[in-house]
Design a protein around this ligand. Structure first.
Ligand SMILES: CC(C)(COP(=O)(O)OP(=O)(O)OC[C@H]1O[C@@H](n2cnc3c(N)ncnc32)[C@H](O)[C@@H]1OP(=O)(O)O)[C@@H](O)C(=O)NCCC(=O)NCCS
Length: 183
């Protein structure tokens, strides 16, 4: 059994329809490295995400990609809760951008638990790892994915370029970058 890197309690405030009444729901997730046995559950999570449905991903393709990622010792983190199991993940590679910088390949949080700070915590874990070995972290985000763009900008990323029709013929992949301060 793999040890959790971090235990995070995220608290989200939900307004009810009664004015001035709100309640807090705290959700505890543990962040740890991906294991081979997790791959089928992770593939389900990815296949349920409309963004990746649009990119035509398949269960077999996703499984193969993550098996290779583990063999290469890429950084693949998952967050799990006792209730939901694996509900989020992030996949990054050191040195994969231009042979020099980190690359965040994928990050995802299950739809029903977005906006509670889990994506931020996962990304922070990735950055803490990458910034020890690289000056910056790059990623690609679809031009239509405004939510993810807002998320990355809030975490200190800036758009530095764009690649038209890189994966899908009608979509540009925006290049985002975060620089890390080094002494
Ligand atoms: C992008 C994604 C990973 C963000 O995860 P999340 O857990 O919902 O994000 P968080 O709750 O940690 O948000 C962190 C910050 O990002 C910003 N943010 C997140 N979602 C946002 C949105 N839809 N609009 C505006 N800002 C947003 C907020 O400012 C938030 O900061 P705050 O809590 O201090 O106000 C998640 O929405 C997701 O899985 N989307 C589908 C898959 C995807 O698009 N992946 C990225 C592909 S490149």
């Amino acid at each position: 059994m793999s040890k959790a890197l971090t235990e995070v309690t995220v608290t989200a405030w939900y307004s009810t329809c009664v004015p001035h009444k709100a309640y807090a729901a705290a959700m505890k997730v543990s962040i740890r490295p991906l294991l081979f046995n997790d791959i089928p559950q992770l593939a389900k999570l990815i296949l349920a995400t409309p963004l990746w449905q649009r990119y035509g991903l398949t269960e077999a393709g996703i499984s193969k990609d993550f098996e290779r990622a583990l063999k290469r010792s890429d950084l693949v983190l998952v967050a799990e809760s006792k209730k939901q199991g694996i509900c989020c993940f992030a996949w990054a590679q050191a040195g994969a951008s231009f042979g020099r910088s980190g690359y965040l390949k994928l990050i995802g949080v299950e739809e029903g638990i977005r906006g509670q700070g889990i994506g931020k915590e996962l990304l922070k874990e990735v950055e803490d790892f990458i910034k020890d070995v690289s000056y910056d972290l790059f990623l690609l985000v679809s031009d239509f994915n405004k939510e993810a763009q807002a998320f990355y900008i809030a975490q200190g990323y800036e758009q530095v370029g764009s690649i038209p029709a890189y994966i899908l013929p009608d979509v540009s992949e925006l290049i985002f970058r975060k620089r890390f301060a080094h002494d």
